[in-house]
Ligand binder design. Structure first.
Ligand SMILES: CC(=O)[C@@H](O)[C@H](O)COP(=O)(O)O
Ligand SMILES: NCC(=O)COP(=O)(O)O
Length: 247
């Protein structure tokens, strides 16, 4: 398989978490996005949650106007969110599961359980010129359902890999992701990955040649607290590039 550059989408949700903690006007997520782009981010991801715990609607509209790369809007599969996406027209939409009581995303979208709803959402967004990706667990049945729904892209959930408590568990989950990436690629899908990735665990995912793009947020924003956002993005891009060059 030809060696491809692996792209980095920087998720800026938790810049907005800091702002919402006090209801101030700072830190400005749009400013963070522009810094991330100048540091080498290939795109910006923002999750407009139904409970608006971090990213706000105004952030999405401003990002759409200001970004030099691409806006990947993460959202639940609801009529309300689809209406927002059709109004904003981001470059891409990643459809994710959401539960208000969750601390963060806990799993992948269950495409198998709602094939019609997923197909309709994919079709509506695609007709508006939006590239749709489905955030799913590394599971063959979910990959098959994503193909049937007409999604051109899947983002494999790496949360169980990132949260693994033992080396054995981590290796098992990595193997699951590897097989899912191969299967999804063979099915003609673009394969992205994300959730819980950091400088400490990203290398093994970068070694999977089918992975086109990683969406990483929490660990980059956390590192930015100490080394600044520009450096945090550059550090992540560098490790991704070096690992991919040597697979
Ligand atoms: C789908 C996913 O894994 C993340 O992109 C998502 O944004 C996590 O939600 P929080 O950013 O609210 O933790
Ligand atoms: N879809 C994954 C994403 O955008 C960022 O997830 P995380 O790095 O904040 O866990």
């Amino acid at each position: 398989m030809e060696k491809q550059v692996i792209l980095l989408g920087v998720n800026i949700d938790h810049v907005a978490t800091l702002r919402q903690a006090r209801g101030t006007r700072y830190p400005e997520p749009v400013q963070a996005a522009l810094i991330a782009e100048q540091a080498g981010a290939d795109g910006i991801t923002a999750h407009l949650r139904e409970d608006r715990r971090h990213i706000q609607d105004r952030d999405i509209y401003l990002l759409r106007e200001m970004l030099q790369t691409k806006l990947n809007l993460e959202m639940a599969v609801t009529e309300t969110m689809i209406a927002v996406a059709l109004a904003v027209k981001p470059h891409a939409c990643c459809l994710v599961p959401e539960r208000r009581e969750e601390l963060t995303t806990e799993g992948g979208l269950d495409v198998v359980a709602a094939p019609g709803r997923m197909r309709d959402a994919c079709q509506t967004l695609a007709e508006a010129g939006i590239e749709v990706s489905l955030f799913i667990d590394p599971d063959f049945a979910q990959i098959d359902a994503a193909v049937k729904a007409g999604a051109p892209v899947v983002e494999l959930h790496t949360g169980r890999y990132a949260d693994a408590q033992t080396l054995q568990e981590q290796q098992q989950e990595l193997l699951r992701i590897q097989h899912a990436a191969q299967y999804a690629h063979q099915a003609g899908l673009q394969v992205n990955a994300g959730h819980g990735l950091s400088l400490h665990n990203v290398e093994a995912i970068c070694r999977l040649p089918q992975i086109v793009e990683l969406n990483i947020g929490h660990s980059i924003i956390a590192q930015a607290v100490f080394s600044g956002l520009d450096q945090a993005v550059r550090d992540m891009k560098r490790i991704m590039r070096e690992v991919r060059l040597h697979i």
